[in-house]
Write a protein that binds this ligand. Structure first.
Ligand code: PRP
Ligand code: URA
Length: 209
């Protein structure tokens, strides 16, 4: 069974509360998503491998540590996942970025794929899939399924807000994928929206409604 990590850091909770507020406009919403993503990735990458290296400081030669192991790939699910990319690249500037385009059919709530472009060496990377919202889990599950079809196995999922239904779906479909969320909300409403949630993440991010 995969691990679910819920961040209870006061800075993250504070920023997320502002994002949830319906009065928060597009610009501030975007900036906050960027900031929270950066704060989250610090913890999401806590178990990355390091190796001992020897360097020379201005004072002496010393043994210290640097990142080792697989390089990182980040894969936002379009559209809303795009809002998490820059915050993560601030901390991991050498990460390669793949994109998966999916939208959720408003009637069936099933994901429809329209784009997929991953780094050529994706299967040799530690992959971080990004989407602010994990509602039914259909989109994230399908995206991770596509990535696995490409031979990738080291995958973690980062969401801003998850519903229990989405977590259950992910743990059933992809028990090997750890999930990191800033908040675990109460339930889904009859339209598949997370309650209390923050509304439609893509529309609030890009100002399309
Ligand atoms: C939203 C969100 C997720 C999906 C979550 O995207 O960004 O991708 O819904 O719902 P699910 O867990 O029930 O699949 P949406 O389909 O609205 O597309 P958009 O990002 O282009 O607005
Ligand atoms: N997609 C969103 O953007 N918000 C939700 O609450 C559910 C799916």
């Amino acid at each position: 069974m995969s691990k679910v990590v819920v961040f209870d850091h006061p800075l993250i909770q504070h920023k997320l509360s502002i994002m949830r507020d319906h009065r928060t406009g597009c610009k501030e919403f975007r900036e906050l998503l960027d900031e929270i993503s950066m704060l989250m990735v610090y913890e999401v990458t806590r178990d990355l491998q390091t190796e001992d290296v020897q360097i020379e400081t201005p004072i002496c030669v010393t043994n210290t540590k640097m990142l080792a192991g697989k390089p990182i790939g980040i894969i936002p699910i379009l559209r809303a996942g795009l809002g998490m990319v820059d915050g993560i690249l601030n901390l991991i500037p050498n990460a390669k970025v793949g994109h998966i385009g999916l939208y959720r059919d408003p009637d069936t709530l099933n994901p429809v794929e329209y784009y997929c472009k991953l780094p050529e060496d994706a299967e040799h990377r530690e992959l971080i899939v990004l989407d602010p919202m994990l509602a039914t889990g259909g989109s994230a599950s399908a995206a991770i399924g596509f990535i696995k079809q490409r031979g990738c196995h080291n995958i973690r999922l980062v969401n801003l807000i998850a519903a229990p239904e989405g977590i259950a779906r992910l743990q059933k479909d992809h028990p090997d994928v750890d999930i990191y969320v800033a908040a675990l909300d109460d339930h889904l409403n009859e339209h598949g929206y997370i309650v209390p949630g923050l509304g439609d993440a893509g529309d609030r991010l890009f100002g399309t409604k």
